[in-house]
Design a protein around this ligand. Structure first.
Ligand code: SF4
Ligand SMILES: [Zn+2]
Length: 394
């Protein structure tokens, strides 16, 4: 069942709040000026490689993450999501388009170096990311993408390949290329960011630049090509209360499942550098969600999950290391985090809920939730004014 509507600002305040958020974000971007990527720099870049826990058919296994480093997300290059901390780590586009052939070669070489570092005999899952969209030819030229797929195809140990793309870059051509080169022998899962099914939260509070029609089109293409869709849903973007955040995540997860997602990754907000959330956190005006809130979202949606629809809990431990994570009290945080990691592998909802510790902090969480403690939208409007002046003075 859908939760109640989330409390949005009164219409007369919306334009003002939107504009202030935008100005603060632009100030952050200006201060952490993105560097242009030149070919010399590109030659020295290495992909990020990491072996993490994963699961196949609810059984523990390992997965290898390769994060290719090249030009960054196209959307961050022109504006970017307010929750994204890629400034400072991302590069702007190469200045000249003719560099792209050489860029593509260097990108492929970088991938091969990373790929060879991994002993695939015990790793059935490859997560291939680029801190942006794999399907954007400006980020990964198509020729390089095909060469990457051919390399993956030669490794029979890899059973599943996970990639990420913004919905707007998902198209028939790319999906056919994927199916042609690896579709017959490997399971393909495509991660797409939705963040919220609420238009105002998604495009004004998060600045996702995404219409639901784009998301729905992308999800139908992915399903029609026999691939799995993993949708990223955010828990607790800045400026909304803990209880509204829970409602919004519940609504967004149910919407994602309706659209055919096989998995929803519930991304609990954390505090990353160079984001509006960081500024609010430093003022004491914002905290990442409680772990109890994540659990509450699971409780609210579990009965609506059909067979073969799962929720994974994300955002708990990520790279780059955030300044603050979702947590409870010192007594139960680590216990619950460990349980969440197990839940992500086994998806055994009943065992997870039955084993949860009875910690007193759940009473504090529950009281806060009932009070729905958050600044009024008028207060937020003033707080954003003071953030703007503060940021200008730095
Ligand atoms: S689409 Fe992803 S990578 Fe791009 S700005 Fe948004 S969160 Fe960052
Ligand atoms: Zn506790």
């Amino acid at each position: 069942m859908r939760s109640d509507l989330v409390l949005l600002p009164p219409v007369e305040l919306r334009d003002e709040i939107e504009e202030k958020l935008f100005l603060i974000h632009e100030s952050i971007r200006k201060k952490s000026e993105l560097r242009f990527l030149c070919l010399d720099k590109m030659r020295s870049l290495e992909s990020y490689v990491d072996i993490r826990e994963g699961s196949i058919n609810h059984k523990h296994c390992f997965r290898a993450c390769i994060i290719i480093r090249g030009v960054g997300c196209s959307w961050y290059n022109s504006s970017g999501c307010y929750i994204c901390s890629y400034s400072g780590k991302q590069f702007k586009r190469l200045k000249a388009i003719e560099y792209y052939e050489e860029y593509g070669k260097l990108l492929y070489d970088q991938f091969v170096r990373a790929f060879k570092k991994i002993d695939w005999s015990n790793i059935p899952i490859l997560c291939l990311y680029n801190s942006g969209s794999i399907f954007d030819p400006k980020q990964i030229p198509v020729e390089s993408f095909i060469k990457i797929l051919k390399t993956i195809a030669k490794t029979p140990y890899i059973y599943e390949v996970r990639i990420e793309s913004a919905a707007r870059h998902v198209n028939n051509d790319y999906l056919e290329i994927l199916n042609h080169y690896i579709g017959s022998q490997k399971k393909i899962v495509i991660g797409v960011g939705l963040e919220s099914s609420n238009e105002w939260i998604r495009n004004k509070l998060v600045n996702k630049n995404l219409q639901v029609s784009e998301f729905e089109y992308a999800s139908s293409l992915i399903k029609n090509h026999g691939m799995e869709l993993c949708t990223y849903v955010l828990l607790k973007p800045p400026l909304i209360s803990e209880s509204d955040a829970i409602k919004d995540s519940v609504n967004s997860i149910l919407y994602s499942f309706d659209q055919g997602s096989s998995t929803v990754s519930l991304e609990a907000m954390n505090i990353q550098s160079n984001t509006i959330a960081e500024l609010l956190f430093k003022q004491g005006w914002y905290n990442p969600p409680w772990l109890w809130s994540i659990i509450n979202v699971l409780k609210n949606v579990n009965s609506n999950c059909k067979k073969d629809q799962y929720i994974s809990i994300g955002g708990l431990r990520i790279v780059p290391q955030p300044q603050a994570y979702s947590k409870n009290c010192n007594e139960c945080t680590n216990v619950i985090l460990k349980m969440m990691r197990e839940y992500n592998m086994e998806h055994d909802y009943d065992t997870f809920m039955n084993k949860l510790p009875n910690c007193n902090c759940s009473n504090t969480w529950s009281k806060n939730l009932k009070l729905n403690k958050v600044a009024s939208w008028e207060d937020w409007n003033q707080k954003l004014d003071s953030l703007l002046s503060l940021y200008r003075d730095i």
